[in-house]
Design a protein. Sequence first.
Length: 217
Amino acid sequence: MPHFEHFPFPCRYNSLRLLGYNYDSIFRLCAITLVTELRRPVFADMELAKRVLASLLSDETLSQMHLRAFTLMPDHLHLLAGVRHRNLNLPSLIGRFKGFSTQLYWKRSREIVASERLSSPSLCVSKSNVKESSSLLNALTDWQATLRPEVIALTNWPSLQPALFLKKHLWQPRFFDHVIRNEKDLQENIKYIAYNPVRAGYVTHPYFYPYTGFLRD
């Protein structure tokens, strides 16, 4: 995987699902965007974000969904994904994920409302020494490692109130997707996913963002 700090910010264009397109194909990928209801930044709660990503990266999900890349932002999720088997349909897989992640949201919402406590990024992060930083940075830039959200300083992060979690629905009903048409299109969408947190001002380099990942398989 190339080093993303040298990439320009690409243009991004979303479109609704294409009429007549075969979403069962195991040879095609789609860039998918799921947006929270009313664009509430509920994934700014670290505990909810980790639970939802754990379900996305579970063996059960990955046995059916060919997930190439993802980034979870406070109010939306970007995926680069397809299906692993011909008898599967990508919109159906996305629908199942939305349903299960909504259950995780309900459970976490009950915890937040009951305790009135949220899981926010650390305000004080201790930097490692030069030797440790060099070794870790090499692994990060090659996407062989990711940072835990507890050990990274996220700037410009949305502020949260327990009242945000009183809403029943997690996701907007529809999702946006863009069919990947060629290698250039693929690389543009990978760059877009990588740089989304940088453009939002959360981190200075894409490999510092704890909720971004790239899968080689």
